[in-house]
Design a protein around this ligand. Structure first.
Ligand code: AMP
Length: 405
């Protein structure tokens, strides 16, 4: 076992802790080899589950996981069963995804007691996300105290958005006091995909203007000028912008007053409504895009409207970003929907020949895990599909922090 260990030294354990879930991966940041991958779900509920894959063996178990610490302890036990002792596997870092870095953090950072306190202090900016991220950091640090822990922030890539795009037209004193600005999210994915797209085009990153569409269950778009984001659709929270699986995206703030005053809903009710019961799910009952598209094909009216609203918002922002950037070299699709939903790419960029965007139907229909061009050779703007890999990006950034330190 020692001459061919499943996990080779130099790997990074990537942790993405949600409110009731824990995603993990062990990946080598240089070779890109993925040694293990897993997901614990429904943590804190009566029955939890873990899907664990290591060394080519996959296990699915149902059990009780009262909290994240129990989940991580169980995951370590599963690794031990695979013959992998995580404390002695030569991990160079644990890379934790943290959703909100607030104004304090704009680059990956080694976890120290001060950094931990700072993440806790800015938790009110992302009350649904940062607290579980912190729980994950504490639980893993307790079990792997000798491996350096690094935090990689979803907001970091957008930290230097130009003031006119990061500032809300809200009373400036109130905005300042409560740190209200547009932060942007999915930054790890936008950073990875935009770099990968420039590499694929064989162009220097700082010379390429791109529009990146991260379309997953959550969805966001960014406008990137020469490697620097100048705008993004998510804002103070990941609720703003595009229509998502269960989130409204842009909505008139007046609706909130109406729901509170007329419908008597509490702030928590409205939060749940906007975040969990709206978007595609709120419009047609399904948030899984595959089901929505199947229903559209079958002529289901609610699904057709949901798809139409989704595309309308998408095209609205594509138009905005074409103007903001002035010159665009590439439009890049990524994440579950962006990588797989042929119809979203075809309809999202339909009839834009006058703007230099021409999709090639055959290329668009190709399914592949590799980056690929889906526009015609004479399309002035190249349209690409570039699979995202947030875990690899977190692993690379974490290893770089440890190297640099
Ligand atoms: P993500 O959040 O990136 O994991 O993306 C999840 C979304 O991708 C879900 O809405 C899935 O339905 C969607 N998705 C995954 N595969 C496909 C596919 N083949 N066609 C359409 N949508 C897909």
């Amino acid at each position: 076992m020692t001459d061919s260990p499943i996990v080779r030294p130099g790997a990074v354990l990537v942790i993405n802790a949600g409110s009731s879930s824990l995603k993990y991966q062990i990946v080598d940041p240089l070779t890109e080899d993925v040694y293990a991958d897993g997901l614990a779900e429904r943590i804190g509920e009566k029955t939890s589950s873990i899907k664990h894959e290591c060394g080519g063996r996959e296990q699915k178990i149902e059990l009780s996981l009262p909290d994240h610490r129990a989940a991580i302890a169980k995951v370590m036990e599963l690794f031990a069963g695979d013959g992998v002792n995580l404390t002695q596997a030569g991990l160079v870092a644990v890379g934790h995804r943290v959703v909100h870095g607030g104004r304090s953090f704009h680059e990956p950072t080694l976890v120290t007691p001060f950094v931990r306190e700072e993440i806790a202090r800015i938790a009110p900016l992302a009350p649904l996300h940062n607290p579980p991220n912190l729980v994950g950091i504490d639980a893993v640090t307790e079990l792997l105290p000798d491996v350096p822990a690094v935090v990689v922030f979803d907001t970091a890539f957008f930290h230097d958005l130009p003031a006119e795009s990061s500032t809300y037209a809200l009373n400036a004193d109130v905005a300042k006091e409560y740190a209200i600005r547009r932060y942007g999210f999915h930054g790890t994915s936008h950073a990875y995909v935009s770099r990968r797209a420039a590499e694929f085009l064989n162009r220097p990153y700082d010379e390429v203007n791109q529009i990146v569409l991260h379309l997953g269950n959550g969805a966001s778009m960014s406008a990137i000028r020469g490697g620097r984001p100048i705008d993004t659709t998510m804002g103070m929270t990941p609720l703003e912008g595009l229509v998502m699986g269960t989130r409204t995206g842009d909505i008139d703030p007046g609706i909130t007053f109406q729901l509170a005053r007329v419908a008597g809903m509490s702030i928590d009710d409205i939060d749940r409504l906007y975040n969990k019961e709206s978007g595609l799910k709120g419009l047609c009952g399904d948030n899984d895009f595959r089901s929505v598209l199947e229903r559209v094909d079958a002529g289901d009216e609610a699904a057709e409207l949901a798809f139409g609203v989704y595309l309308h918002r998408l095209r609205h922002y594509i138009g905005a970003y074409l103007i903001e950037l002035g010159h665009v070299d590439a439009i890049v699709f990524t994440a579950g929907v962006g990588e797989n939903a042929v119809a979203v790419r075809a309809e999202g960029l339909k009839d834009l020949e006058n703007f230099g965007i021409v999709i090639d139907a055959d290329r668009n229909a190709v399914r592949s895990p590799e980056p690929r061009v889906i526009s015609t050779d004479d399309s002035a703007i190249t349209v690409l599909v570039v699979p995202t890999n947030e875990e690899l990006e977190i692993a690379r950034q974490s290893a770089a922090v440890v190297d640099g330190g």
